[in-house]
Design a protein around this ligand. Sequence first.
Ligand code: ADP
Length: 485
Amino acid sequence: MNTAEIPQQFRHLQNYINGTWQAAKGGACLAVTNPATGLEIGTTPLSGADETRIAIEAAARAFPSWAALSAQERAGKLHALVREIEQNADDLAHLLTLEQGKPLAEARGEILGGAAYIRWFAEETRRIYGDIIPSPWTDRRLLVTRGPVGVVAAITPWNFPFSMIARKLGAALAAGCTIVIKPSELTPFSGLAWGELCARAGIPAGVVNLLTGDAAAIGAVMTSHPAVRKITFTGSTRVGKLLAGAAGREMKRFSMELGGNAPFIVMDDADLDAAAAGAIAAKFRNAGQTCVCVNRFYVQRGVYEAFAEKLAHQIRNLKVGSGFEPEVTQGPLINTAAMEKVAAHIEDACAKGGRVLVGGKPSKAGAQFFEPTLIADGTREMMVARDETFGPLAVLFPFDTDEDAISLANDTEYGLAAYVYTQGLSRAVRLSEALEYGMVGVNAGIITTEVAPFGGVKASGVGREGSRYGLDDYLDLKYVSLGGL
Ligand code: ADP
């Protein structure tokens, strides 16, 4: 496969609206570059308000007949979509590495993870049960049914450009909703590929629509158009607050998967080898660019130096380079702003007493590559203690007591994912209960799976994706009081 080009079958440089590929008005477009090389790989439509309205209206027209299908029929279409993804996993992974940069093995994992979400929701389609409530009236029956909210608008980020769409599209279609999706302009092709996959799976025109372009203009129409009943967003807390505010003013439902500032606590009774391996997975996956990536390592003083040594050893084994090279475990960062943020966090940490144990500078692999970096002796005054780095920087903070670990870990506006390593049962239970996070990994560095609820508390957002709870945000309850019996 040519590693510089988009695989032909997914080379869609247009929006997918109402079942057809369409350019933006006047053919306006934006260049998309490969983060590993800086070279252009294609262009994506620069759509705005008009294209968004057209897409929403297509979704609104498609809604009644999609919602009217039997659960079995909707499930069948979603299973067909799973087959399309799995059969084309190699090309989809290639495309993902090309535009996003992650190592090919991780890209394949994301594609198959996306298929797993669609399969999960295909299965859940047939379990959208209602209730019959014991009636206080003998001549009435009280029924509760769950039906689709209507047209859903989705905005997704660049770090998991394929699987973030899977979580939203799968839940929406299972529930009987239709959807308009705006992938990130940095990684649009893995998003637009869903148009090709949906068409091949026989999903009717208008049920799934994808468009790229001016994020603010598209978002403004999505949050104000009367046909849209729900907004689902994954991205920064800043944009999430903006969209939630706008959706709230129009009384639209919303779910938000926003930023994190994940703590990783290593207690003095932890298996340090397991903790170091878990730390690598939880910190350096996708070059540290995930919202559940560790931002703060809290290590109990008795094992502080020993853990630092083990983690340093593992970090030195990471290989930086193009995601297409075998053996590479860390690809490029998404853009120069991401490079600058990592450098700023390192500079700030060093100025405040941080000790660089590994890395510390941009990598020779290319303009957008950064060395995996480990810094010891973090303090709460450092930028990295407050602000998500979203890059390959691990900072160790020592602590003394269990209570210190809990209060330091919770000392953030965010509450997405937290990790604890301990062999003690009561510690595991007490810490996991005390951590104000939507997800906690105990002796586990990778926690995401389609069968469990993904989501956060506090500034990390509202709502859950995946699991049996992941459908709730796409369904409205209806109570029917059936009288005169
Ligand atoms: P990040 O900082 O990780 O890039 P963003 O929140 O900026 O996160 O981006 C996530 C998604 O939100 C992307 O699809 C982006 O285009 C979109 N986005 C950015 N700004 C806005 C906005 N004002 N309105 C709607 N969507 C936006």
